[in-house]
Write a protein that binds this ligand. Structure first.
Ligand SMILES: O=P(O)(O)OC[C@H]1O[C@H](OP(=O)(O)OP(=O)(O)O)[C@H](O)[C@@H]1O
Ligand SMILES: Nc1ncnc2[nH]cnc12
Length: 183
């Protein structure tokens, strides 16, 4: 039978499948895409924790439903998404490399130049579903800095592994890593 981890967050319980991602490491897979109940339960709690900010930004893909709901609750008319590929409709995108705990090949993060212009000089909150190694967070922060914005908050539903020790992030719940778990 599949091993699972019971996550309780924002009054919602989920059985997360434990998935091996490296020879010596498994994670409890947390996928909020499609999970309306969890996103709508977690977003107001995160929104309450945020300081005053001008704009919100996330990275494609799993942060998108969350940032949408947080933005809606804060009555912000727009949010920003750093994409994982460039598109022909982007105007001079800013590009950075990103490696996350689940990354299997080099990925990029890019911010449309038109969005970058709007972020310049703004107080920015980075929103994500989970912060683990912090590399995705850092890659987004570097893009915001390149755009001339100032990151004033870093928020996620979950802090995974050693991220729970960070004092510069806001989060609702901890998620353990599973080193040397055998299937
Ligand atoms: O702290 P880190 O180790 O960087 O991990 C956190 C990142 O990993 C996940 O995205 P993932 O890379 O799995 O991409 P996806 O959202 O496109 O599925 C998550 O949405 C975060 O952005
Ligand atoms: N536990 C997790 N599940 C899915 N994606 C992740 N990215 C970082 N940690 C993750």
């Amino acid at each position: 039978m599949e091993k699972t981890y019971t996550l309780e967050v924002a009054g919602v319980t989920r059985q997360l499948p434990i998935i091996q991602i490296a020879e010596d490491l498994s994670i409890a897979s947390f996928v909020i895409l499609g999970d309306t109940e969890l996103v709508t339960a977690a977003a107001p709690l995160l929104a309450d924790k945020l300081p005053e900010v001008d704009v919100l930004i996330t990275a494609e893909a799993k942060g998108i439903p969350l940032i949408h709901e947080v933005s809606r609750l804060l009555q912000m008319k727009k949010y920003y998404v750093a994409r994982k590929s460039t598109k022909p409709y982007m105007d001079s995108p800013l590009i950075n490399e990103v490696v996350s705990i689940t990354t299997q090949k080099t990925q990029i993060l890019c911010l449309d130049g038109a969005d970058a212009k709007e972020i310049a000089g703004k107080r920015v909150a980075i929103i994500d579903d989970v912060i683990s190694t912090g590399k995705s967070l850092l890659a987004i922060e570097e893009l915001v800095n390149k755009a001339g914005g100032h990151v004033v908050a870093r928020a996620a539903i979950l802090a995974e592994g050693s991220a729970v020790e960070r004092e510069d992030i806001l989060f609702l719940q901890e998620l353990p890593l599973f080193p040397y778990e055998k299937k």
